[in-house]
Write a protein that binds this ligand. Structure first.
Ligand SMILES: [Zn+2]
Length: 287
């Protein structure tokens, strides 16, 4: 029995995959030397998923040495500029890559203020789009690879070869926005996206996560419209506990929170006893 246990332990160690989340962009929309929001999921040293593509994320992607050919999907948690603007640059770079297989672009469905994913890609690459010179990327006859829009309505699960994604709509002002849970070989990474967590939708998606990636855009004393869009540190702490997170990564850092790390940590540590990490561009967190 003891030998069997040792054997099982050893095989688990030998065959366990290396799972990492790299922060490509740790900032918000400001001019502050940081790339805007973006994450890269690495499994055994291959980049499999990008979440968000804010400004500067394309350069960080290049610096990370990730291969565009290895990706299984792109998620845009919402269509604000600081989460989506580098997508066209990425698609253009793909033209010069060896990729030929199609790529899903997943984002929220429309409301009266924002386009659906399908409409967004059509606005960029459609026959009447701004980058109509590349309109073939929306067809299977693409010179490079086809991009396929996926509109997420409320909550949905999507299964890929190396991971599973579970989405839930979250409150971010008037913007259709998503949080997502990434499951990879028993590890759970939860990305809040931009939200103030009104309605406690984050807690609906999971009750135990290994890493909670929370957007830390406002300080505890924030008032007015900013609190309609983003979580204060106390709200982040509450969600982190409800998710039973092992680690908390604070990102989407803005001038309103940079310099306030001590205060934010104190508020969060009052109830959350796990590790708190402040994100920087190109930081990798291993799970
Ligand atoms: Zn944002």
């Amino acid at each position: 029995m003891k030998t069997l246990l040792i054997f099982l332990l050893l095989t688990t160690i030998v065959f366990a995959s290396k799972i990492e989340l790299e922060v490509l962009g740790s900032g918000g929309p400001e001019i502050d030397g940081r790339a805007s929001t973006s994450y890269l999921l690495w499994i055994d040293n291959k980049a499999r998923l990008i979440v968000d593509m804010g400004s500067g994320s394309m350069l960080r992607f290049e610096q990370s040495k990730a291969r565009l050919e290895d990706l299984e999907a792109v998620v845009l948690t919402h269509l604000h500029i600081d989460h989506s603007v580098d997508l066209p640059a990425f698609i253009k770079a793909g033209y010069f890559s060896k990729r030929s297989s199609s790529l899903d672009i997943i984002a929220p469905d429309e409301n009266e203020y924002f386009p659906s994913t399908t409409e967004f890609l059509d606005d960029l690459f459609g026959k009447k789009g701004a980058y109509r010179y590349m309109s073939d990327v929306l067809s299977p006859q693409s010179d490079s690879f086809e991009i396929i829009p996926i509109d997420i309505k409320r909550s949905e699960k999507r299964v890929y070869k190396d991971f599973t994604l579970q989405f839930i709509r979250v409150h971010h002002g008037i913007v259709p926005a998503l949080a997502l849970l990434i499951q990879v070989q028993g590890k759970h990474i939860f990305i809040s996206g931009d939200t103030n967590n009104a309605g406690l939708n984050l807690e609906r998606l999971s009750s135990h996560v290994d890493l909670f990636v929370a957007h830390h855009a406002i300080a505890q004393d924030a008032k007015g419209y900013a609190t309609y869009l983003h979580m204060t540190p106390a709200i982040i702490a509450k969600a982190t506990n409800a998710l039973n997170a092992k680690k908390l990564l604070l990102t989407h850092r803005m001038k309103r929170t940079i310099g306030n790390e001590k205060q934010s940590t104190e508020i969060i540590k009052k109830s959350f006893k796990g590790e708190v990490i402040f994100a920087e561009d190109r930081m990798k967190v291993e799970l």
